[in-house]
Design a protein around this ligand. Structure first.
Ligand SMILES: C[S@@+](CC[C@H](N)C(=O)[O-])C[C@H]1O[C@@H](n2cnc3c(N)ncnc32)[C@H](O)[C@@H]1O
Length: 308
């Protein structure tokens, strides 16, 4: 296992290097080994099919126009891919994001497959709850996608994000979440995970650790389920992907991603060493490579109980 891990890490590191040398800068993040192949989990269509399309497809009503929301959609790639994989003829994908640049990208995206995701600006986080801070009526969506956006929403805001999503989804609609984070709630490893990734990203000098620690949080799957249940969802499935889709991070990978100077790289190595000493994240024994904990979760909005 250990030498396999090493090989895997070398493979990912090399792939990241190659991607960084790409004329457009490439995207290093999200490289994982899945089913024995190196894939990018952001763009691989089979992986998107496995995580999102398969749980969503059987839940959509037949012969009806369906609305699917991608919450924190970025450039809308996931919604676009899911809709292209569904056999449903009339599905309207809506990509909701709070930032203009993403919406712009979504509008300009030269999509090879139809239909194109409709961009809508909306903030999943805004207060107070009473206001309709997502510009949709109650019970609008037949399904939802929520991929890697929750982390960008501060810890204190996360419970209300689920309430907000629940409000705009139809009863019995399915929401599929893909998130970085540890599977089971344990204060030590949840914190170690947040600290490692905040320190890693801060090493680039583009953000401060304090800011990242305050504004970014990857909840455990267990905690995410608590928040979702509180907002009116029930759990249909949950999968710890840490061992299924092996995604490595190491100081070398950060270095390639952010082009750190040698001083920053050394500091970052010390961060990984300290985190490894604590033994709360899944480090590879012979290196500073750490498996990127990740999980997916299929949630179903509960139908209201019939009045007595
Ligand atoms: C890592 S990107 C993921 C994008 C996309 N879901 C994907 O998987 O490719 C996180 C996205 O969440 C969006 N986001 C962060 N905070 C948000 C908020 N409060 N409301 C809506 N979108 C938000 C960001 O603008 C960004 O596009």
């Amino acid at each position: 296992m250990s030498s396999d891990f090493k090989k895997t890490e070398e493979w990912i590191t090399r792939a990241n290097k190659e991607r960084c040398a790409a004329p457009n800068g490439g995207l290093c993040w999200g490289k994982v080994i899945w089913n024995g192949k190196l894939i990018n989990l952001y763009t691989n269509k089979d992986f998107i099919n496995y995580i999102f399309t398969q749980p969503i497809a059987p839940t959509l009503p037949e012969n009806k126009t369906c609305m699917i929301a991608d919450f924190g959609a970025g450039n809308g790639y996931v919604a676009q891919t899911v809709v292209s994989q569904l056999e449903q003829p009339c599905v309207i994908p809506i990509g909701i994001d709070r930032y203009h640049p993403d919406l712009k990208v979504m509008k300009q995206e030269k999509c090879l497959v139809q239909p194109i995701v409709k961009p809508v600006q909306g903030d999943l986080r805004k207060r107070p709850l009473k206001e309709n801070f997502l510009p949709f009526k109650k019970n609008t969506f037949h399904a939802g996608i929520f991929r890697f956006a929750l982390s960008f929403i501060g810890k204190n805001f996360q419970p209300q994000v689920f309430k907000q999503i629940s409000r705009v989804m139809k009863p019995s609609a399915v929401l599929v979440v893909l998130n970085y984070g540890v599977f089971e709630e344990n204060e030590k490893n949840v914190d170690a995970h947040d600290i490692l990734y905040a320190k890693g990203s801060a090493a680039s000098g583009r953000w401060t650790f304090e800011n990242l620690k305050k504004n970014m949080h990857d909840p455990s799957c267990e905690h995410l389920i608590d928040m979702a249940e509180e907002a009116g969802f029930e759990v249909k499935a949950k999968t710890d992907l840490t061992d299924i889709a092996l995604g490595y991070t190491s100081p070398e990978i950060y270095k390639k991603l952010y082009r750190l100077n040698s001083d920053q790289h050394e500091k970052l190595k010390a961060v990984f060493e300290k985190c490894k000493e604590k033994g709360v994240l899944p480090f590879e024994p012979d290196s500073l490579g750490v498996l990127r904990p990740m999980y997916s979760c299929v949630l179903k909005k509960k139908a209201p109980s019939p009045s007595p």
